[in-house]
Design a protein around this ligand. Structure first.
Ligand SMILES: Nc1nc2c(c(=O)[nH]1)N[C@H]1C(S)=C(S)[C@@H](COP(=O)(O)OP(=O)(O)OC[C@H]3O[C@@H](n4cnc5c(=O)[nH]c(N)nc54)[C@H](O)[C@@H]3O)O[C@H]1N2
Ligand SMILES: Nc1nc2c(c(=O)[nH]1)N[C@H]1C(S)=C(S)[C@@H](COP(=O)(O)OP(=O)(O)OC[C@H]3O[C@@H](n4cnc5c(=O)[nH]c(N)nc54)[C@H](O)[C@@H]3O)O[C@H]1N2
Ligand SMILES: [Mo]
Length: 754
């Protein structure tokens, strides 16, 4: 028996050291090279060995006894039925036969494999890549497009800047050092939150957001946090509370000052944009009789007119970078603040100057702003999907409830498919989707739901067949991420817990049964796959001048910091375009930044006209009636979404989750600090624990996501998942994204609190 061993591994929240003793993870500690390591992993040992791990393949009793989609079970079974554990071979036979039955009887268009979710870091065992490759080999599936994170941005940004949103995010933004050296004023809509930048897709090793803000403060850069919560930006920033959902109105108010006080950069607008005159007519009220003056804006957004005026003048008088958090576009008409922020930046005329212009998603995830040369590759090829039907990712309940219904999506007119089989691997829709009671209802309609999960999440509990999946600590992998300079060998630290298997092995077994193993696995073990992918990755990067060590070397060194951080002196984003927009045009129809878009105007959507427009959301403070408080449901600071939740829920006082409420709103409802409360609206209710604080503006409550949906007999979620309250509607016909942040509720003392 050997003594404790330690090894560095990686995760979406960064690298950390893991101590193992025999078959168990016994401790975690920080990775020494990270200036601001994330504490998220501290519950990892408890979570990995938790009693709520799925121990063996499990099949829902009703499905096992009556067969898929049997009458009477469609509306009753999932969620309250019990599970029967089966040996692997039997459960795999059942799943393979069912996949085959559905595709024979209904075609592959009846299989939904969108399977959204963050799964885990690690390039080969990426659950989504695995399920998509498998279903492609099996004849295809209905896929989902875009993400819960940025669907509205992904729809609108290409119309405005002529490039994919993710390209802009990773390649055409001011890196932190450029901001530190040039920016004088940082205007942050939705803040820049170090709590969120703990995390990045695939990992962020060097957490720099907080240290950069210390530099900004030391250099006297003005930092204005425009958000409903003081805590949306690091300490020491100015806080301008804004009513959620009203940022477009505030931005219009600022634009009005720039236009009417001669502060707009005419030369830039003429050379580098199209459509300003039409927008100007709207701004001044010539088209609709309503001037978008600071007084007009103040009545909507809660920031007073004098402050809006002063803000506009200050922004025009110095190098200003406008940043917009992702949260703003995760609300009704979330495309508008994204587009309007671009217009505002264009009016200031600083797009293309170092430290000026516009930036999206700083702080939303850790890699944004980090100056690194891209290191691409190490991706399992997913193959081609013969099924062309897609849905916008957040429209899953609409799809399940309305087969055959028609809807609009970014200029296309689409029809929802008739789904019989749902396959989920690497996500937790009963954490992430809006209006969970509606999803629960929709979820009863398919004939079969298959889920791979390490834990008994709310989604696993609503499946018919659950396959226990390993966690990254139970298998070998490689980690590398966008916006990160590190490469990790993730060793297999412990044997699989219970009878868990890797997603790859599960799919391989199913592929054998379906006669497609040759196509799916190409006869390779996971170790062989990793060797092949790694070699390609080395060769690709060598061409770009980046030396990647051999896999054996990486295995023994555990990690390497590639010399790509801080590399080169990058140009300011859009510098070439600014210098000569004819020589370096954008890929928009006009070649310019589109303040008015003929394409969008041509769609004829009332929820997204041809230029940025203020149209009040249906749910926001301006429409508050029966439910007077606006609920924002940000990402949790102490974890990643719903991951590792079972271990957090075991900590006394942690569940139900904590809702932040202003003293005024608490007092008028008889709510004391630390008391249990109930949040409710017409869609649902959940329990939470109140934290009474002036860090949130009056009229707004903040309850983070992440709790495992677990309703009591009355249907009240006991854990504090905000998605029992949120509305399940698209951002607009352009983006069809999640509108999670547009939600009205009320709060009362919890009737069950003794
Ligand atoms: N109200 C509200 N709702 C929101 C948001 C909001 O702001 N407000 N934000 C939305 C956003 S932006 C997002 S990204 C989503 C996040 O929602 P999700 O991405 O669904 O959340 P996760 O908890 O990361 O889910 C990942 C699941 O994969 C499992 N898993 C981990 N590793 C593996 C593996 O190797 N194999 C398999 N098979 N499974 C694995 C985990 O146990 C977990 O259950 O939530 C969305 N929901
Ligand atoms: N620790 C941790 N970090 C994470 C994640 C996690 O689960 N845990 N998840 C990651 C993922 S998947 C994503 S997509 C990003 C999300 O990054 P974001 O979308 O930027 O973050 P959120 O936490 O949803 O919201 C940030 C803040 O925006 C404010 N806000 C909400 N609505 C409005 C509005 O209308 N106007 C203004 N001005 N402010 C508003 C709220 O006060 C909220 O606290 O975070 C990532 N980072
Ligand atoms: Mo996200």
């Amino acid at each position: 028996m050997t003594g404790p061993q330690t090894r560095v591994t990686s995760s979406h929240w960064g690298a950390f050291r893991v101590t193992t003793e025999g078959d168990r993870i016994t401790g975690v500690s920080a990775f020494e090279n990270d200036p601001d390591p994330s504490p998220i992993s501290k519950v990892l040992p408890a979570a990995v060995h938790h009693r709520r791990r799925v121990a063996r393949p499990s099949v829902r009793r009703g499905w096992l006894e009556h067969g898929p989609g049997a009458a009477g079970l469609r509306s009753a079974g999932r969620g309250d039925d019990e599970f029967v554990e089966l040996p692997w071979d039997e459960a795999l036979d059942l799943a393979a036969e069912e996949i085959d039955r559905v595709r024979r009887e209904h075609g592959n268009e009846a299989i939904f494999g969108g399977s959204y979710g963050w799964a885990s870091a690690g390039r080969f065992h990426h659950a989504l890549g695995q399920v998509h490759r498998f279903l492609n080999c099996a004849g295809g599936y209905v896929a989902s497009v875009a993400s819960y994170s940025t669907a509205a941005a992904q729809a609108i940004i290409p119309h405005v800047f002529g490039m994919p949103f993710l390209k802009l995010t990773w390649g055409v933004q001011n890196p932190w050092p450029m901001i530190a050296d040039n920016t004088r004023m940082l205007v942050m809509f939705g803040g820049i939150n170090p709590k969120n930048s703990q995390v990045s897709m695939g990992g962020v090793t060097h957490h720099e957001t907080r240290p950069w803000f210390e530099t900004f403060a030391a250099r006297g850069i003005r930092r204005v946090n425009i958000a409903p919560q003081r805590t949306d930006a690091p300490e020491g920033c100015e806080w301008l509370p804004v009513i959620p959902g009203s940022d477009t109105a505030l931005m219009l108010g600022i634009a009005h000052v720039l236009e009417t006080e001669g502060l707009a950069d005419r030369d830039f607008l003429e050379r580098c944009t199209t459509g300003y005159p039409r927008f100007r007519d709207y701004l001044l009220g010539e088209t609709d009789g309503v001037g978008k003056s600071p007084e007009w804006a103040a009545s909507l957004c809660g920031v007073d007119a004098a402050t809006i005026r002063a803000l506009a003048r200050d922004m025009a008088s110095q190098r200003t970078l406008i940043t917009v958090a992702w949260s703003l576009q995760r609300g009704e008409r979330g495309e508008q603040p994204y587009w309007m922020a671009a217009v505002l930046a264009a009016m200031l005329g600083q797009v293309g100057l170092p430290g000026g212009g516009i930036g999206y998603g700083y702080g939303a995830i850790g890699g944004v702003g980090v100056q690194v040369q891209r290191v691409d590759g190490l991706t399992l090829p997913q193959g081609d999907n013969p099924v062309k039907t897609i849905i916008p990712v957040a429209r899953i309940a609409d799809m399940l409830l309305n087969p055959g219904a028609e809807y609009d999506f970014n200029g296309s007119h689409l029809t929802y498919p008739d789904i019989r089989l749902v396959y989920w691997c690497g996500g937790n829709p009963f954490h992430h989707h809006q209006d969970l009671n509606r999803l629960h209802h929709a979820w009863q309609r398919p004939e079969t739901v298959i889920v791979h999960e390490p834990w008994w999440t709310a989604t696993a509990r609503r499946a018919d067949i659950v396959f226990p999946a390993t966690t990254p600590w139970e298998r070998e992998d490689i980690a590398r991420a966008q916006g990160d300079s590190y490469l990790f060998h993730m060793s297999k630290l412990i044997p699989p817990v219970g009878e868990a298997r890797d997603d790859y092995e599960i799919f391989r077994e199913l592929a054998r049964r379906l006669g497609i193993d040759g196509k799916f696995s190409l006869g390779r073990s996971s170790a062989e796959w990793q060797e092949v992918l790694y070699r390609e990755f080395q060769e690709e990067n060598k061409k770009r001048g980046i030396d990647i060590p051999d896999l054996d070397e990486l295995r023994s060194s555990n990690w390497v910091d590639l010399p790509v951080r801080g590399a080169g002196t990058p140009e300011a984003p859009f510098a070439a375009f600014r210098a000569d927009p004819d020589a370096a045009p954008l890929a928009t129809p006009s070649g310019r930044i589109e303040i008015h878009s003929e394409t969008i105007a041509g769609f004829g959507y009332d929820d997204c006209p041809g230029h940025p427009t203020w149209t009040p959301p249906l749910e926001w403070r301006g429409a508050a009636g029966r439910y007077p408080l606006h609920l924002v449901s940000p990402q949790p600071g102490d974890k990643l979404h719903s991951q590792l939740e079972c271990a957090i829920a075991d900590i006394p006082g942690e569940r139900p989750a904590t809702v932040v409420i202003h003293p005024q709103d608490a007092r008028s409802r008889g709510i004391g600090d630390g008391k249990l409360v109930r949040l409710y609206n017409a869609r649902g209710a959940c329990r939470a624990r109140a934290r009474v604080s002036r860090d949130v503006m009056e009229g707004v409550v903040a309850l983070p996501t992440g709790a495992w949906f677990d309703p009591d007999a009355e249907g009240v979620d006991t854990q504090g998942n905000p998605n029992v309250l949120t509305r399940d509607t698209g951002t607009s016909r352009i983006g069809q994204g999640s509108s999670a942040h547009s939600c009205l509720v009320d709060v009362m003392p919890d009737p069950t609190d003794g």
